[in-house]
Design a protein around this ligand. Structure first.
Ligand code: SF4
Length: 402
């Protein structure tokens, strides 16, 4: 699927935002469909770009006309202009677009598929573009507040907020979110905590505002403990309070891992960019995870998880993976369960191996801290018992029942 969808997904969910797409009619059809599928509930406006407009160099005029229409939408405060393959190839100069129209900021977001290789990275590019324009670092900082960075299951930010407040955090802001005001005030928070490792442009914007960045993510027993300690250090919270909270979370997480241990070999593959964190949790619960692959590229933000995985038995961590990489791992490691993309999950099922579709079945469950992990572990544990049923199904369909 077109990676630009990742950006459109977060841009269309912001209240008061009316995205304009600069792309040709074919792209528009697919992207409009998936945006509605994921519940943005607003029409996507687009420049009128067919071959004739492209040939006569009318991209800027057509895009400006679409911006004018977007600005007339009731309550419009933000018009992200999502520039895709065709418009980027033909050329869409930023200085030819208005920076502001009426009450709305106009922000150009360049996400052509030939430069942005995955959905997660398109989200990062879009969020960074918004923050560069809207972030307001001047003014009084809230030194005890925390920005949570990552599109996560809706319960996760609530769970994290409740725990970090126990150790003195004044409040959290979750990005990407629905509020334009959050984009403005995030620039004055005390620290940034990327929950997902692929927000590197966005993280660079925060670093430009001299904001400290918390490494890792609150995943599993050891990961949650280390993350809470890091938050406490960077926000200069009371060490006794931080210790008590971190130890309590570690104990609760360990109790869940002890109560629901996993046994079996699992391959973790996907395109969400969160695969390494999931693999880490599964290994802590007792699973053997020899192979992890993801669509995102290697980056220092992912390195701590990669090192942890390799120290705990993972033989291969593949970035920018292909389906062929994953299929080769299926031959080599003969897993009991596969977490993967649709084609890879299908390939595993054809061999009688239980498989879960990463995006719809895993990312749709809470995951972080002890309050989030139980649902994920229980689900995986249940799937690991399904081997015989999948084998039976495979044999059933192999027999000619005619
Ligand atoms: S041409 Fe580019 S923007 Fe259009 S659908 Fe394909 S990848 Fe997406």
């Amino acid at each position: 699927m077109c990676p630009a969808f990742g950006s459109l997904r977060i841009l269309s969910r912001i209240e008061g935002s009316h995205p304009v797409m600069a792309t040709d009619t074919g792209c528009l059809y697919g992207l409009t469909f998936v945006t509605h599928f994921y519940g943005a509930r607003k029409s996507i406006l687009a420049a009128h770009l067919r071959t004739s407009e492209l040939m006569s160099g009318e991209i800027v005029e057509s895009t400006r006309a679409a911006i004018d229409v977007a600005a007339k939408e009731p309550g419009c405060q933000l018009i992200p202009v999502v520039s895709l393959c065709v418009a980027e190839t033909a050329g869409l100069p930023e200085e030819m677009l208005p920076r502001r129209i009426g009450d709305a900021e106009v922000v150009l977001v360049r996400v052509p598929a030939y430069a942005i290789h995955s959905h997660p990275e398109a989200k990062d590019v879009a969020l960074a573009a918004l923050l560069r324009r809207l972030g307001q670092p001047e003014g009084e900082r809230d030194d005890k507040s925390l920005v949570l960075l990552g599109e996560v299951f809706p319960a996760d930010p609530l769970i994290i907020d409740a725990v970090v407040r126990q150790m003195g955090v004044s409040g959290t802001i979750t990005l990407p979110g629905r509020s334009i005001d959050d984009l403005r005030r995030a620039a004055r928070a005390g620290a940034l905590a990327p929950l997902h490792p692929f927000y590197k442009e966005t993280t660079a914007v925060f670093r430009g505002w001299d904001m400290p960045v918390v490494g890792g993510a609150p995943v599993g027993a050891s990961g949650s403990y280390a993350w809470l300690q890091a938050v406490g250090r960077l926000l200069k919270l009371d060490p006794a309070l931080v210790n008590a909270t971190a130890e309590s979370e570690r104990d609760k997480a360990q109790a869940i891992l002890n109560a629901q241990p996993l046994s079996g070999r699992i391959l973790v593959t996907g395109y969400e960019g969160t695969e390494l964190a999931y693999a880490r949790l599964l290994i802590e619960a007792g699973a053997d995870v020899p192979y992890v692959s993801t669509s995102i590229g290697a980056d220092p933000l992912v390195l701590p998880d990669e090192m942890w995985l390799k120290a705990h038995g993972t033989k291969e961590v593949i970035y920018r993976k292909s389906l062929e990489d994953d299929l080769a791992a299926l031959d080599e490691y003969k897993p009991d369960l596969v977490l993967g993309t649709t084609p890879f999950a299908s390939a595993a099922k054809e061999r009688g191996i239980p498989a879960l579709y990463f995006t719809n079945q895993l990312a749709s469950r809470p995951f972080f801290l002890s309050g989030g992990m139980a649902a994920t572990i229980a689900f995986i544990r249940q799937m690991l018992t399904k081997g015989a049923q999948y084998q039976w199904m495979q044999e059933f369909f192999e027999v000619d029942h005619a």
